[in-house]
Design a protein around this ligand. Structure first.
Ligand code: ATP
Ligand code: MG
Length: 600
């Protein structure tokens, strides 16, 4: 049994106009429907309906965490700086960390994540291999001073996250814990109704040996994803790029040609009458120790800075200024690997290994070499996967052309290995009584971001369309004429009957025009709307609308009476009522695909 939610009593101030600073659909609709309010830059208050959604997502997450043996705890949000100094992250985490000082001038941070705190928690107390594995989790507000808080709940400075941490005796155990979490994340996405995809991901500053992100597919997503029909998918920031540079035609040996005004790839390709993929682009810069390096990539590709940062010889690469180019002896727009000034190193994207003859700058203003031959005219010091992937590149697994799409990262799982247990000296005693470092994993789901991601996927010009699993309520009853006693009494009666069954029922008992009730119901996006009108009462029918599909049907009072009569039936009333009467599915059927791990 639940309480009827009466619109006359509900604090859900709706707005007629879009908020002027809404930069994405979800924040616009959630704000207009009176579900959230902006308190400050990147700070939001959840109003009753918004908070109901958050709690439902949390419940789904909790059930899945408990289902794989996770145990819920609650750690402090305030974290002592000493722990972060011990792990070495105090200085490296960066300006996203919110730092505060206490009255004794001691530094603390508002937790952006909890690897340090939890490793400190278990060290000295989780002692024996017999107690392993252990997975602990919490659901709590996290703080990150994002450089650009934006897109409402997507990138805020305070947000709700479920974070979990696993402790195992060895890497096999860690892999198992990781896989269990991976599968649970898939089920969480499913139950929230998301169209989602797991993708290979960077481990970032958290570190570790392997990572997967869970993305809700949406054009409004900040992340770019590369994927293939074979099942391979990766965040574009780390996706291996298999570019297809083309050979410059009719140039088997080096020839210097005059290329006036061809200081850009576009102009050069145009002048030569070849596609940009037949040219080679040069990017001159300096790496961390000051060594000048020119990086060559196919003319139709761009550098990927994250990949560069992972290659030792290229770490810290920064493009040279015009002055630096000049003092190094490089000619802007005409740089090539042949006759480079002394001391300049050459790096190139791996895809160019297959291109014997290059069209490149001649290190002389107004000239290029066509057919400059690899290993004859020049050599390459460092080969690597350096380019950003793009549509048309080939899948590194199966060789088919890949597709690019956009996603919202709702969760991420990491294999940490012993990175934190070693730094904080967290050990257990193995069978032989020997000290060993824990093998850890850490796992995060953005609860508030998930709420926004669902709205991004389920909306139309009228408002939101909540999947019933996380909707602020299941059903909204709309009596159209509040002055008509029969209408009001039928609506009241039905609301009470549904609430008694456990169906979360809203009664729009406001003395408002029908048009306003309809449009607000669509804006909030109740999954099922039941209209009680004067004519309906005369004909003994309700009109039922499924917000997700737009389907409408008339249901007689008698059919409704039967649908809500559960005497002697064993079924779950909520599920059966919603399914039978309104054709609403409770959650999507399990998709086998999500268990197919990329980690294998
Ligand atoms: P992003 O790359 O989007 O900044 P992240 O990789 O730094 O996110 P994680 O450390 O993996 O984030 O955190 C786990 C989850 O917390 C993310 O998958 C995301 O759902 C959520 N999250 C992270 N940052 C924010 C934020 N600023 N606002 C809302 N949710 C966030
Ligand atoms: Mg992440």
């Amino acid at each position: 049994m639940t309480q009827i939610i009466r619109m006359t009593r509900l604090y859900a101030p709706a707005l007629k106009e879009d908020p002027s600073d809404a930069d994405i659909t979800s924040v616009r609709l959630l704000t207009r429907a009176g579900m959230i309010r902006k308190t400050g830059s990147g700070l939001y208050t959840y109003l009753p309906l918004g908070w109901r959604v958050i709690k439902k997502i949390e419940e789904i997450v909790r059930r899945e965490m408990d289902g794989i043996g996770g145990q819920e705890i609650m750690m402090p949000i305030l974290q002592p700086a000493e722990l972060w100094r011990e792990s070495g992250r105090w200085g490296t985490y960066g300006p996203e960390m919110m730092i505060v000082k206490d009255r004794h001038n001691r530094e603390l941070c508002l937790g952006p994540t909890h690897e340090e705190v939890i490793t400190d928690l278990i060290r000295n107390e989780l002692r024996s291999y017999k107690e392993l594995p252990v997975t602990l989790y919490q659901i709590q507000s996290k703080y990150r001073d994002e450089i650009r808080p934006r897109f409402g709940l997507m990138r805020s400075r305070e947000f709700i996250m479920k974070d979990a941490y696993s402790f195992d005796a060895d890497t096999e155990g860690m892999d198992k814990s990781y896989q269990a979490m991976y599968d649970a994340y898939g089920r969480i996405c499913e139950q929230c109704g998301l169209d989602w995809r797991p993708v290979e991901a960077d481990t970032g500053e958290i570190g570790g040996s392997g990572s997967t992100e869970f993305h809700a597919l949406a054009d409004s997503g900040e992340a770019e994803l590369a994927s293939c029909t074979c099942g391979w998918a990766a965040n574009a920031e780390i996706a291996e790029c298999v570019a297809q540079p083309t050979e410059i035609p009719d140039h088997d040996s080096i020839e210097k040609v005059e290329t006036p005004d061809c200081g850009t790839i576009a102009k050069l390709a145009d002048f030569l009458g070849v596609p940009q993929s037949s040219t080679v682009k040069a990017l001159a810069g300096k790496v961390a120790d000051g060594t000048p390096v020119v990086i060559f990539v196919p003319g139709d590709h761009e550098l990927n800075e994250l990949k560069l940062s992972h290659i030792k010889e290229l770490a810290g690469f920064e493009l040279m200024t015009d002055d630096e180019l000049q003092s190094t002896g490089l000619v802007k727009g005409f740089i090539g690997p042949v006759h480079l000034p002394k001391g300049v190193k050459v790096a190139a994207d791996q895809s160019l290994k297959n291109v014997a003859h290059w069209a490149v700058g001649a290190n002389e203003y107004g000239y290029h070499f066509l057919g400059a031959t690899l290993d004859t005219d020049f050599t390459v010091d460092v080969w690597g996967d350096l380019c950003a992937v793009k549509e048309g590149d080939l899948c590194p697994h199966c060789g088919e052309p890949i597709k690019m799409s956009r996603g919202i990262e709702v969760g991420q799982v990491f294999k940490l290995g012993d990175k934190y247990s070693r730094a904080l000296h967290a050990t257990y005693l193995d069978k032989q009584g020997k000290e060993q470092f824990f093998q850890m994993g850490c796992y995060g789901v953005g609860v508030s971001r998930t709420m926004a991601a669902v709205v991004e996927q389920y909306n139309d010009e009228y408002g939101m369309k909540w999947p019933v699993t996380i909707a602020p309520a299941h059903v909204c009853i709309l009596p159209l004429q509040m002055k008509n006693e029969q209408v009001v009494s039928e609506a009241e009666k039905l609301a009470q009957q549904l609430a008694d069954l456990g169906v979360e029922t809203v009664l729009d008992d406001r003395n408002e025009r029908a048009g306003i009730k309809f449009s607000e119901a669509d804006l909030i996006g109740w999954p099922v709307q039941i209209v009680v009108g004067k004519r309906g009462v005369e004909n003994q029918t309700f009109e039922i609308k499924n917000r997700m599909t737009g389907e409408k049907q008339d249901v007689t009072f008698e059919a409704m009476r039967q649908a809500i009569d559960f005497s002697g039936r064993q079924e779950d009333p909520v599920k059966v009522f919603l399914g039978r009467i309104a054709n609403v599915q409770l959650g999507k059927p399990d998709k086998a695909a999500y268990t197919k791990s990329l980690a294998n």
